[in-house]
Design a protein around this ligand. Structure first.
Ligand SMILES: Nc1ncnc2c1ncn2[C@@H]1O[C@H](COP(=O)(O)OP(=O)(O)OP(=O)(O)O)[C@@H](O)[C@H]1O
Ligand SMILES: O=C(O)c1ccc[n+]([C@@H]2O[C@H](COP(=O)([O-])O)[C@@H](O)[C@H]2O)c1
Length: 199
């Protein structure tokens, strides 16, 4: 590269984060280490058309801010929650590229999400916007068959058998979520009475 300048390397971790949990944070941290990322940008989805009934975006955004605040490399983006239409990754990556044209982007996705990727909107255009990193997740087979090899990498990360669905269910049933989600998120859920009623 001219002058030896290194382009910033930014991980993009999209998710519903309802709520964010330690599985998300460990995945982001591991990808940051393995891919020498300067930043991991967490991007809470707007109202995803394929997941009805998710919590209001502002709650999910604030929990994501609380969960990532202590890591100097973690940031949170509002691009998806501020866009007034359903969230698609093609729009997420297009907006981030517009804001950070100098950066190399790495989209981080779990084994369950990557298995669906060929059904994502405008999938053929996604590969030019970011390199995709698919991370392992307990209960899901990590496979990228059918995906373009040069645009997708696989990474084994420490197995944390945590899901947002299970966290919501535990809160609803009166079970603790301490140590499954960051302490501040436990307190935020309690303060705002999230997940108390049947979805
Ligand atoms: N425990 C985990 N280990 C690795 N990746 C994970 C884990 N949990 C979620 N991910 C990945 O993080 C991204 C965002 O996930 P999401 O916010 O939907 O969480 P979730 O736990 O899958 O939620 P839900 O149970 O509500 O479907 C997805 O790419 C998902 O595959
Ligand atoms: O673009 C799409 O068609 C698409 C379909 C499903 C999921 N995604 C993205 O995948 C990420 C994880 O989604 P989810 O539902 O597992 O939280 C999030 O950033 C979503 O916007 C994207």
């Amino acid at each position: 590269m001219p002058g030896g300048t290194r382009r910033p390397r930014i991980g993009v971790m999209g998710g519903t984060f309802d709520p964010i949990h330690h599985g998300h944070l460990v995945a982001a941290s591991e990808v940051a280490q393995s891919f020498d990322l300067d930043e991991v940008m967490f991007v809470p989805t707007g109202q995803p058309s394929y997941k009805p009934g998710v919590s209001p975006a502002e709650h999910r955004y604030l929990m994501t801010v609380i969960a990532t605040a202590s890591n100097p490399r973690f940031t949170v983006s509002r691009v998806d929650i501020d866009r007034d239409k359903p969230t698609y990754t093609i729009d997420t990556l297009t907006d981030i590229r517009r804001d950070r044209p100098d950066a190399e982007l790495f989209f981080i996705t779990g084994a369950d999400a990557v298995a669906q990727i060929l059904e994502w909107r405008d999938v053929a255009q996604l590969w030019d916007l970011a390199h995709f990193v698919a991370v392992s997740r307990p209960g899901h087979v990590l496979s990228v068959s059918g995906l373009p090899e040069q645009h997708v990498s696989l990474l084994e990360v420490p197995a944390l058998s945590i899901s947002s669905t299970d966290c919501r269910s535990r809160v609803r049933r009166g079970f603790p979520v301490w140590y499954l989600v960051p302490d501040g998120v436990v307190q935020y859920i309690s303060k705002h009475h999230l997940y108390r009623s049947v979805e």
